[in-house]
Design a protein around this ligand. Structure first.
Ligand code: ZN
Length: 112
């Protein structure tokens, strides 16, 4: 003969409680799993984003370097002492320095 509580057999009540607890446990486990997945994806995205940023900086640096070398070559004047190409000295208006013999001289304006 079953023990009764609130008109239900105790066994049925215990099974109901067990099922509710199990369901709660499964919900929490699933929610933790989802959080872990989201966290892992966030970390992977961060790593990927850092790699993209690094690559973009490298590309930008290379472009600046290429533009700078192009400007140097385009603006360079021939050194009268040794005939090598002398690039302008930045921000000097019209000064040039020969990389071969160190000769510095004034020439055409290359910057303000
Ligand atoms: Zn020179």
């Amino acid at each position: 003969m079953d023990y009764m509580c609130c008109g239900l057999p105790i066994a049925a009540l215990l099974v109901t409680i067990a099922v509710l607890l199990l369901a709660k446990y499964l919900r929490e486990a699933e929610s933790k799993r989802q959080r872990d997945i989201a966290e892992r994806q966030r970390q992977e995205n961060n790593v990927r984003q850092r790699e993209i940023d690094k690559r973009n900086r490298e590309i930008e640096e290379q472009q600046w370097q290429a533009a700078w070398e192009f400007a140097q070559k385009t603006l360079a004047l021939t050194c009268r002492r040794c005939q090598a190409l002398a690039p302008p000295i930045p921000d000097t208006g019209n000064r040039y320095r020969c990389p071969s013999c160190g000769n510095q001289f004034a020439g055409a304006r290359h910057s303000q």
